[in-house]
Design a protein around this ligand. Structure first.
Ligand code: NAD
Length: 430
């Protein structure tokens, strides 16, 4: 068992200490419902044939079709995909989306493929898993190193196999192929709403006095930085895989985003009229960024960033986990003991799958919503579920991660019991 899946099991075990669920539900949650391992033959541009290994896992589908992204990465393993499918099960239940959890992946370095090879691989992956997916069965979406274009190819390939238009089989598609307005910013917007809902409850009132550091300036991190900046928060440090920049007085995030787009580097371009100059900020390593004396730390890059090795040195007062699994189990225990609040990934980054749900609903109804409609529904749901999780944590005196698991577990086990549990079959239930 990988450490990731181990961590997932420990998180579940901890939550089970605070809730009684039926033995049946407990038994069903210990293993994925199905795990498919496939080989995908792809004709390369030079005429050779390469065979790639791929996975699709459906962890649990009691509450609806399974839902989860597809990752193209050289280090993808079955254990990792199973853990991510487990997290998706709880994330969907925590947000009350009518989905179970799934995940997929292909062992490949997509940067080494040409566009046409990437298309053939994406279509080949769908050919290999077509019997396991479908709008009412399992619905893939983008994840690490997959994007809207790849989702478009996958939807098209599934439609070819089914000989009918099937937009609801994949979410995160291009707008022109049935994608939803608001999907691109959804994860960051959901994280921002969670933060706006919970920070005042933790005693943080004035954004101008709240110092934030963000690890990871990609899709999720950079858009969230923009929301925070616009709302008056002081974003003092951001980083990417090369390193970070730090300005105690606060960074001008629109300028940093512009420079990153234009130069691929973390700098800030300041313009007056048509005259622009690049401002170099103090640099900071990723390790040091995590240990900055800030109010809010936002890991938005990779798994396993806060562990027993550095958790004692974290000085932030609150962590909002935008990345999946940035804090491992040991790191989490240390932060909890030290009184540092951790708002968990299954809540904070759930805006993406929530708008994926909206995309699926729009595809199935054929009626498309305005961006304001999408955003309003997202804001309302994120704030409502964040509030519920906060209340559970207060009432039971537990951390927010365990509260989020409890919240989700209640919904999953109720659905499982509705199918008939041991008590029903042995006649001990009334
Ligand atoms: P991305 O690839 O766009 O961005 C990742 C960022 O992390 C990049 O800026 C990269 O340079 C940086 N990075 C890579 N290695 C790093 C390192 N060692 N130290 C610091 N930074 C490093 O990915 P993304 O879509 O923004 O996703 C980021 C995280 O959020 C992932 O864990 C992902 O699973 C999670 N997430 C994203 C979404 C979404 O909709 N984008 C939804 C849910 C969860």
């Amino acid at each position: 068992m990988s450490s990731l899946l181990d961590d997932a099991a420990k998180q579940l075990e901890k939550a089970l200490g605070y809730i009684t669920i039926s033995d049946d539900a407990r038994e069903r949650l210990t293993m994925p419902k199905s795990s498919l391992v496939v080989r995908i033959p792809v004709r390369m541009d030079d005429g050779t044939l390469k065979v790639f290994k791929g996975y699709r896992v459906r962890y649990d589908d009691t509450r609806g079709p399974t839902k989860g992204g597809v990752r193209f990465h050289p280090n993808v393993t079955l254990d990792e995909v199973q853990s991510l499918a487990f997290w998706m099960t709880f994330k969907c239940a925590a947000l009350d989306l009518p989905f179970g959890g799934g995940k997929g992946g292909v062992q490949v370095d997509p940067k080494k493929l040409s566009r046409m090879e990437l298309e053939r691989l994406s279509r080949g992956y769908v050919n290999a898993i077509a019997d396991l997916i479908g709008p009412e069965v399992d619905i893939p979406a983008p994840d690490v190193y997959t994007n809207a274009m790849i989702m478009g190819w996958m939807m098209d390939q599934y439609s070819i196999i089914k000989r009918s238009f099937q937009p609801g089989v994949v979410t995160g598609k291009p707008l022109s192929m049935g994608g939803s307005l608001g999907r691109e910013e959804a994860t960051s917007r959901g994280a921002f709403v969670t933060l706006q809902t919970l920070l005042p409850k933790m005693g943080f009132k004035d954004p101008a006095s709240i110092r934030v550091a963000i690890q990871g300036f990609g899709n999720a991190g950079s858009i969230l930085a923009g929301f925070l900046y616009a709302a008056g928060y002081k974003v003092v440090a951001v980083s990417d895989s090369v390193g970070g920049i730090y300005a105690p007085e606060g960074l001008d995030i629109p300028s940093v985003r512009q420079a990153k787009e234009e130069t691929r580097a973390l700098k800030a371009i300041y313009c007056q009229g048509s005259v622009c100059h690049i401002k170099e900020h103090a640099t900071i390593s990723n390790a040091d960024l995590l240990e900055l004396d800030v109010d809010v730390l936002i890991p938005a890059a990779l798994e396993g960033q806060i562990t027993a090795a550095n958790a004692e040195r974290i000085r932030a007062r609150v962590l909002f986990e935008v990345a999946n699994g940035p804090t491992d189990y040991e790191g989490d225990q240390i932060l909890e003991k030290r009184g540092i609040q951790v708002v968990p990934d299954i809540l904070v980054n759930a805006g993406g799958v929530t708008v994926s749900y909206f995309e699926w609903v729009q595809n199935r109804s054929g009626l498309y919503w305005s961006e304001a409609e999408v955003n309003n529904r997202l804001d309302e749901r994120m704030a409502r579920e964040a509030h519920c999780i906060w209340e559970i944590a207060q009432e039971k005196g537990i951390c927010l991660r365990t509260a989020a698991y409890l919240h989700a577990l209640g919904r999953i086990s109720t659905a499982m019991n509705a199918q008939g549990a041991k008590e029903y079959f042995l006649g001990t239930a009334r």
